[in-house]
Unconditional design. Structure first.
Ligand SMILES: [Zn+2]
Length: 326
């Protein structure tokens, strides 16, 4: 017998645990709010058969009529958006942050990232493999749906719940949380996770993702919440405590970047290869290509932050960014 995929959290509010095979995140939490008029599904899982099967089973078990079901996507990553085109009906609204929608609609979305990775020292011979292994490349929606574009402060009412969109850039530039003030519920997407640290990366010089992220943590830190419902793993209650731990984590990581630099000049890729990573491989050479990519993106985000703080200097030489301590 299959394990029940649907779990009731509160009246009319459910979680579907969508498996993410071979992915360290393990599962995506898709939340469903059921109401007599319309239903809302928050995040969907990758565009791959293992995810679709579970989502369809969840939709069936909950008796959801998809022509009366809308979707809210917390951010652009494929584990959250991947299945939206398969599940949404012609009459479904697909709520999506205006900022992330712009990135979604870019032509050649990978081109700018590849160029930026190159300039940050990512070896050219590994680049194509890194992109073709990227979940965003493999498991994104097959087409772009028509979005109902959402800005900060928009309210969406579903049955007994009244959800306010909170723009919380950092994990992605357009990331949105949903907050129900009366029920004291926060759907935190990948902005705040409990068991794992949200990935903060940067693939464009224009974006200071870590600075944005830390500000967005402060923005929600003091919200009265009874329960936080994150995009992955367990629910939790101590939002303040978790946010303080995440902030500390990133300040320590920034310190580590400065230590790795230690009077030398290095590229972001080199720095990433010398930082410590919570991963089952001892040597950087053995890291799976996807992990090298994520590690480099994270190192860039911390370097960009340190540069803005006046602690790191960036020079361009022979087509590469070189970082050193100031
Ligand atoms: Zn995610």
């Amino acid at each position: 017998m299959r394990i029940e995929v649907v779990e009731e959290i509160k009246p009319d509010l459910f979680r579907i645990k969508v498996p993410l095979p071979n992915n360290p995140l393990k599962e995506l939490n898709s939340y469903v709010i059921r109401s007599r008029e319309r239903n809302l599904i928050i995040d969907t899982g990758f565009n791959r058969p293992q995810c679709l099967e579970v989502m369809e089973e969840g939709v069936f078990n909950l008796g959801l009529d998809l022509t009366r079901t809308d979707f809210f996507l917390t951010h652009l990553h494929a584990d959250h958006t991947g299945l939206v085109v398969r599940l949404a009906s012609k009459t479904s609204a697909v709520y999506f942050s205006r900022v992330d929608a712009q990135m979604f609609k870019r032509e050649e979305p990978w081109k700018a990232m590849i160029d930026y990775a190159k300039i940050n020292g990512f070896p050219e011979e590994e680049l194509l493999r890194a992109i073709s292994n990227h979940p965003g490349f493999k498991y994104s929606p097959q087409s772009i749906p028509e979005f109902d574009l959402v800005d900060d402060g928009r309210e969406i009412e579903v049955g007994r719940y009244r959800l306010k969109c909170l723009w919380t850039p950092g994990h992605t530039p357009g990331h949105m949380c949903l907050y129900d003030e009366k029920e004291k519920l926060l759907f935190s997407g990948d902005h705040v996770l409990f068991d794992i640290t949200p990935h903060i990366e940067s693939w464009s010089y224009q974006v200071n993702a870590l600075h944005d992220y830390l500000s967005s943590l402060d923005r929600i830190r003091d919200l009265p919440v009874a329960m936080v419902l994150p995009g992955h793993r367990s629910f939790f209650t101590d939002l303040k405590g978790r946010i303080d731990a995440l902030k500390k984590h990133h300040y320590l990581r920034a310190e580590e970047v400065l230590e790795v630099l230690n009077g030398k000049r290095k590229t972001a890729y080199e720095i990433a290869s010398q930082m410590t990573w919570d991963i089952d491989y001892e040597r950087w050479e053995d890291f799976p290509i996807a992990q090298k990519w994520f590690a480099t993106g994270e190192a860039i985000a911390h370097l960009r932050f340190l540069e803005e703080e006046g602690k790191v200097e960036r020079n361009i030489e022979s087509g590469l960014f070189w970082f050193s301590r100031k």
